[in-house]
Design a protein around this ligand. Structure first.
Ligand code: GLU
Length: 219
């Protein structure tokens, strides 16, 4: 188990995501990470250790803010707990960022195929395979992120709750689940994403719980 938190709206995403990750600590984890987009730049901070360690690492960047954010607490299944294997993971182009809870069981053949196509991997995770698979589909089919996620997930065997962000479409986060929980909180001009409602319960009680094999484009 691990935790996922996301935010799109007008508030400072950093504090909402960090607070949310702390509420999900009960689920267990070994590393933590966060991605923010400030309308121009995508920034990532991640580290082995606790959410308080993440706060320390990310506080070194004075410009670490944004109104879109995704945070993750990792329970390592593929690759040791370290900074590089922590989520979020970027695709090779640097355009896509993903956080993932679960396991991609067939990541090895998918990774081999992507390596043949020229993709390079920096981590040992199954998750980095998925984000590059999505990128590959998006490029080959020339389609939007939501459709690319849908097609890529059809090639995947395993369990997941994912949130994917595309720098070229910085007003949306695509989420999907199979076997791992994912909830969307609907606020007033803002949306929350989380493994359970605890990260956003103080902002809204209006929530959608995704069913297995459902996805959503939160915009
Ligand atoms: N399988 C992924 C990894 O090892 C995600 C693990 C998790 O659920 O935190 O990075």
């Amino acid at each position: 188990m691990c935790g996922i938190v996301g935010y799109i709206g007008k508030q400072d995403a950093y504090s909402i995501v960090i607070k949310g990750l702390k509420r999900l600590e009960y689920r267990g984890y070994d590393s933590a990470g966060i991605m923010l987009h400030d309308g121009k730049n995508l920034k990532i901070s991640k580290t082995k250790g606790k959410v308080t360690d993440l706060e320390e690492v990310s506080s070194k960047d004075n410009n670490f803010f944004g109104t879109i954010g995704m945070g993750h607490t990792r329970w390592a299944t593929h690759g040791v707990p370290n900074d590089v294997n922590s989520h979020p993971h970027l695709s090779n182009s640097g355009n896509l960022a993903i956080i993932h809870n679960g396991i991609i069981e067939n990541y090895e053949p998918l990774k081999k195929e992507l390596i043949k196509r020229g993709y390079v991997f920096h981590s040992d995770t199954d998750t980095e395979v998925l984000v590059n698979l999505i990128e590959d589909v998006q490029k080959n089919e020339n389609i939007k992120l939501g459709k690319a996620v849908q097609i890529a997930l059809n090639q995947v065997v395993g369990a997941y709750a994912i949130a994917v962000f595309d720098k070229n479409k910085p007003d949306e986060i695509v989420v999907a689940r199979l076997g791992s929980p994912l909830a969307i909180g609907i606020g007033d001009g803002e949306f929350f994403i989380a493994s359970d409602a605890s990260p956003f319960i103080e902002y809204t009680t209006n929530a959608i719980y995704l069913e297995d094999e459902e996805m959503a484009i939160v915009r």
